[in-house]
Design a protein around this ligand. Structure first.
Ligand code: 13P
Length: 250
């Protein structure tokens, strides 16, 4: 059995007051079930609040980005060792917004992935195709290249303590979700691609689906054999929705 995981990606949202209510709601809401690992990925300035609020709860937490460099003259950057030092367990790497808006190449993503793993953080590696790529029929090639760039650089064994997330760009924040079968097809492909390097690692790595996951569609998505949970944006900003999605994976 692979670990079921639901991770919330708050993106650039939050405030001290709003986060307090959200975190308290999550802690209460997830107390009624087990069997799923719940993770909250918050903006850097709020990690201290997340650390304090989740300290005595089973909810894990982390960041949405990190530097590929370890220390030094990199103004504005945050290193893996800083996140680890502070108690974070997870970090999102290679989100499509980082790739598209901030110009992160597959090489940079691979370096960040390795930096996270080397520091003992669990990277949540995102891959996904754009709408035009899907319509051109090259989804598998795109996600395969994104995955290979990381495996070539960090080694397949690095996936033993990592999480993979398939996030079709056209489904992110659009309300348009991949059908469970569309998502399953890509998840199966990704697992097979990992299996071509190591069947054992492929069998163990959790692959999350992301892209307009909601309480209303989480159950049917998570029922697919290669979907091991979700990476949730918008719906992770409401405690009741996030907890319902976590429950659907439990
Ligand atoms: P939405 O759930 O808002 O579509 O965002 C998905 C996402 O990008 C999570 O990383």
């Amino acid at each position: 059995m692979r670990q079921k995981i639901v991770a919330g990606n708050w993106k650039m949202n939050g405030s001290l007051a709003g986060n307090a209510a959200l975190l308290e709601g999550i802690v209460v809401g997830i107390s009624g079930f087990s069997g799923v690992e719940c993770v909250v990925c918050a903006p850097f300035p709020y990690l201290f609040q997340v650390q304090a609020k989740l300290a005595d709860s089973p909810v894990l937490w982390g960041a949405q980005n990190l530097s590929q460099y370890d220390r030094g003259a990199y103004t504005g950057e945050v290193s893996a060792s800083m996140l680890k030092d502070f108690g974070a367990t997870h970090v999102i790497v290679g989100h499509s917004e980082r790739r598209a808006i901030f110009g992160e190449t597959s090489m940079i993503v691979a370096e960040k992935f390795r930096a996270a793993g080397d520091a003992g953080l669990i990277p949540i590696l995102c891959v996904g195709e754009s709408l035009s790529e899907r319509e051109s029929g090259i989804t598998e090639r795109i996600v395969g290249e994104q995955l290979d760039a990381v495996i070539d650089f960090a080694g397949v064994d690095a996936l033993r303590s990592a999480v993979l997330a398939y996030e079709p760009v056209w489904a992110i924040g659009t309300g348009r979700t991949a059908t469970p079968q569309q998502a399953q097809d890509v998840h199966r492909y990704l697992r097979a691609r990992i299996a071509s390097r190591s069947a054992e690692v492929a069998g163990k790595v959790s692959i999350l689906y992301g892209g307009s996951v909601k309480p209303s569609n989480a159950g049917e998505l998570f029922a697919m054999p290669d979907i091991d949970g979700g990476l949730v944006g918008g719906a992770s900003l409401a405690a009741s929705e996030f907890c319902e999605i976590c429950r659907a994976a439990a």
